[in-house]
Design a protein around this ligand. Sequence first.
Ligand code: LLP
Length: 439
Amino acid sequence: MDIPVPPLPDSSRISDTGRLEVAGCDIVELAREFGTPLFVYDESQIRERCRAYMAAFSSRTDDFEIVYASKAFSCVAICQLMVQEGMSLDVASGGELFTALSAWFPPEKIYLHGNANTRDELHRAVRNEVGAVVLDSLDEMAVLDEVAREQGRRQRVLLRITPGIEAHTHDYIHTGKLDSKFGVCLAEGVALETVGQVLKAEHLELTGFHAHIGSQIFSLEPYRKTVAAMAGFMADCRRKYGFDCRVLDVGGGLGVAYTEEDEPASVDDLAEMIVAAARSEMSRVDLPMPRLIVEPGRSIVAGAGLTAYEIETVKTIPGVRTYVAVNGGMSDNLRPMLYGASYRALIADRPGADPTVTAAVAGKHCESGDILVKEAPLPDPCPGDILVTPATGAYGYSMANNYNGQPRPAVLFVTNGKARVVIRRESCEDMVRLHERLE
Ligand code: LLP
């Protein structure tokens, strides 16, 4: 029987007992055993998404790298999984770098990003011999050059360019436009001038350029425009400095379906757009094909994950609304509050049952805006039921917080009927561990 609420992991089904099952695991039983709120990832689906990227690019070009943007969901286990799948890794801070190194991620396949890395973070990146630092500014360049000199190393770098491309996504996750805190802009010759400075830095080796235009992108046309803009820029750099750009990183951003209304492009279509655009644009400006890099985060993990909550209270305001309140909320999923993101909800105890009420799924936090799903059709929701929000695998746990003293949830990987804890549930003791007493 089909489950009426997409988009659950592909392995989801209704079990013989009528409950939601993912990768052979009964979600209600997992909730009982491991507690709620609980993040559950279908491990095979994450692997399949990595393989889809690998296959899509390897069938079109020999020189490419798929870099998982670990900000979407970072933990030791997923870094290990990424090594197994042949992926590289984007880390956005010293903390994500530490997580990757704790998983023995090969440092030469790590890219450090960030618009405000501290000297200490840059030190750690150079000391651990990361593959490349993606330079965001001249200020960062100056510090990194010094840090590399102090350590007697020459650090490979890419330069992050803001190409001024409209990506048609939420303003908060739109990074490629001119007015952005990220990167150096193509406009007014700023990027060209910056390249001259980077090429002069004695302890840095510039290998290419990076441009990430935004996130949750549905139309592929902005990628073509980005490649075209970057090709023109690469040609300018060769003309002005004789610089041969060997690497072109076009960032991440492929959109995913949070509801049945979202229709994202496929990984294959993305690869076709990027590789074909690179071929035609490079031949237009008479440059060899660079190594192509993409940095998907969301499109690798979002759909493989879901969150299970317990319903605590159900309240109906006559003639107004029914609120179904769960034991999590903006501490484990900030996306509805930050971006107005839409999610669906279902009851894992009876996913096939017909809805009896359209309710707002509210979180437990002291904010009226703590609403996870504005309008969820649910079958007779009751306290004690396990409510699931699908497609929470990206930027859910990674943006989780302790608001209202809420410990962060546990995270499970499920596969072939087996569940493994990959992040233990935080305890109240964990939360006060760093607090110091007066006296
Ligand atoms: N590369 C760079 C340099 C990035 O800044 C990002 C995301 C990615 C790759 C991966 O993008 P993805 O494939 O995941 O779209 N918290 C927001 C998303 C912020 C994205 C930040 N950068 C959200 O929940 O929608």
